[in-house]
Structure formats: C-alpha cells, structure tokens
Design a protein around this ligand. Sequence first.
Ligand SMILES: [Cu+2]
Length: 357
Amino acid sequence: MAKKRLLRTEGILAMATRAIRTIRRDPISDLAQFEAFACNVPHANPPTPDAKTPDVRVFREFRNHEIVTPDGRRIPMWIFADPQKPSSFPSEAMRFREGQLVHSTASLSVNTHTIHHHGIEPTPFNDGVGHTSFEPSGNYTYQFSTEVDGTYFYHCHKNTVLHFEMGLYGMLLIDPPEGEGFVRRANAVVPYDVEAVWAVDDIDPLWHDFHHDAGFSCPNGENAGLNDFRPEHFLISGVFSPDTREDPRVTVRARLGQTILIRLLNAGYTIQTTTFHPDVTPEIIALDGRTLGDPRHSRYSRPRQLLANQGIRLSSAQRVNLLIRPQKRGRFPVTFEYRQYVQGDLLHTAETFIEVI
Ligand SMILES: [Cu+2]
C-alpha cells in the first residue's frame, strides 16, 4: 500500500510542477503560533463557556466502522454514533427545531476529533474548528442555537479532508417551529408528505488506509497525497451504486397528490450533477441552509422552478432543498453524475427512482 501511495504522490507532484506555480509565503514571524494553527493545535476538554440549560441534548461518540462494497471489499470507516444506537454510515443524523438551544456532546475515547456543525455559525469556542480553538480529546459539549431552519450537516474538522472522507459526518436538519413535516418556502411554512435525504458521496479506498494525522507534520509538512483523490465507489446515503436503484434508503415512494421534499447534500469530493425526470422536475426552495425568498435573510431571492432536464450541480458541502409535486403516476428516474474535481471527467452515474402511485 505504501508503494502505491508513493507512486501516486509522485505523479501528482510531477503534474503540479508542470501546471501550478508555487505561491510565495511570507516569512513566519512566530513559528510556535503558526504551528499551533497548523499541526500543533491545542488539545483540551474545557467546560462550555456560558453554558445554559439546553432545550435539547445530543451525544455522539467516535467509533470504528466498516462498510462492504457490492463486490465484497471491506472499507474501514470512522463514524460519530449515537451511544444508544447501532453504528451507521453516514453518521447518525441530528434533528432540531428552529429556535432551540442545543448541547451537542462529543465523546472521543481515541485520539482527538471535533464536531463542526456546518453552517450553524456559533461562537468560535463552539464551532469545532480546532485551528481557531482546540481539539477535544475526551468530552466536550458544543453549545449553539438553531436560528434558521434548513438542511445542514456536521463533520469532524480535524485533518478535515481525511476525516470527512472516513465517514465522520452526518446530516443536521432543522425544522421550522411547526416541526417535522413542515418546511419554509419563501415567507411561508408549507407541509410536505414524503421526505428524502440524499447524501451523495464518493470513496477512494486508498485513503482509508491513511493514518489519523496523515499530512500533518511541522515545520515542513508531509505530502500524504491528500490532493490526489480517485474515487472507486459511489454512494447515496451510505448505499452503493447501483443498489441505489432499489434500496428504500434512497428510492422515494409517494402517492399522487402528495408533496415530496428532497434534501440533497454533496458529501463527496467530486462535482455532482443531479437531474430529475421531466415529470418530477423540482423547485429549489433553499440553498445551503438558507430559504430562498425568506425576507429575514434573503430579500433579493425567490424559489425557482427548474426547467425540464435541468441538472443541479453541487460542489463539496453544498446543499439544496427541493419540492416536488408530481402531476402523474409512474416510476421516474433521477440521475447523479460524479465528475472529477479538476478536469471534470465523468467518473460515474448513479441512479435512483421516484415512484408515484
Ligand atoms: Cu476527526
């Protein structure tokens, strides 16, 4: 494995030498401070500053996990698990209501990790970005409030490109005050009947043999090859393509007359384009946890009906909420194109179905 990694790294270096100019870095005036930001991030388990009594508590513990590809290969994963529940990939989702004060406790028995509740924007101490605060090595309780409903996700923010790929992420859903089954559309709260959550991911199995701190080395760094990602497996919400065509974790079933809400996340490192059959063309009602046309924070936007066969292209970590009101019965395909993040080559097309009965 080490040999393969070395060859790949040399290849990417040769490519980089040809194509990319080195950006000059100013002299580092305070090496200790620079390294504290880079690879010597403080480890600590402090009490939560200004802790209040929360409306809701969630607990996540680090676990080793494993998933099995359709051709029987075992891929080591790391996940955040609910201590009360069995392991799953993606990590167990969090679900809150708008306006709640949340305590999210990370339990890290092995090494250090963080939980970054992406898009929530709490205080720096509670943001789970070790580079600007610290990395907990035992327990830390992140405190934040859920200001705006929407589709978010949480992930480890230590050696982020690697730990995110390893599976340390899960959905974070915030419902409006009316609760599950309702979503904001422009300046109204509307009901939906069927919800689908699609976390679209890609896996390079080589990365799953890297060590925890791969690429971390002060003062000169270590080229672990984390700029060289070559996915071999393509998944939606933990289901490998082509099983996505049949697996009820991905497929959608609705009755004619019902409203479908799709929450779509690019949880990978490819550029992903999702295209719906013309008979289930969706309306985009939110981007990255912000409702389009919600006057509280989006005065100059509005929901947008997609054109027939118009794809939705997302890069890493982007999210959209989509509303579909099917007008006829049928089994309508949805395709997911995964494209290489630099050259744009099509690497894979996954498929699932929306069945309207
Ligand atoms: Cu981590």
